[in-house]
Design a protein around this ligand. Structure first.
Ligand code: NI
Length: 161
């Protein structure tokens, strides 16, 4: 699948719930995982492949691939942490973002089964980043306006294909 790059309006859309977790939905999740791994990413949300559905996939180093249909955060830690983020839709750009250190997510897996998942550290970070994509938010939106403008200027000049 082709990754949608920053500037495309689909990345600013609100993703719709996945009504039925059928074969097509599971195939989409698997295609997204393949695309993510091929691009050396650790998380990929459906809007990033041009599909405004509430679905993202994640695989951090030394972990299994994870699929989240219709995810939502049901709890988050008060403790926040700063961590450097990047995004497959903004290749070459990295910046520190502050987010809750741990989250509890409710979602459905590729078997159509509901689950609740507690994540911390890198996994919590990726999950929050991907959840943002489902409501049209990019990680640079968390930066100050000054920093965001500076980073986008660098991206336009150096990395935009
Ligand atoms: Ni991203």
């Amino acid at each position: 699948m082709e990754i949608v790059i920053y500037g495309n309006e689909v990345l600013r859309g609100e993703a719709a719930p996945v009504r039925v977790i059928d074969e097509a939905a599971v195939n989409l999740a698997h295609d997204m995982l393949e695309t993510m791994i091929a691009g050396k990413g650790i998380g990929l949300a459906a809007p990033q492949v041009g599909i405004l559905k509430r679905l993202f996939v994640v695989q951090i180093p030394d972990d299994i691939p994870r699929v989240f249909f219709n995810p939502r955060i049901v709890e988050q830690s008060e403790e926040t942490v700063k961590y450097e983020e990047g995004c497959m839709s903004l290749p070459g750009i990295y910046a520190d973002v502050v987010r809750p250190a741990a989250v509890r997510v409710h979602a459905w897996n590729e078997k159509g089964k509901a689950f609740t998942f507690d994540a911390e550290d890198l996994l919590a970070r990726v999950i929050q980043h991907e959840l943002d994509h489902l409501r049209g938010v990019m990680f640079i939106d968390h930066l100050s306006e000054l920093k965001r403008k500076r980073i986008l200027k660098v991206w336009e000049e150096k990395f935009r294909a």
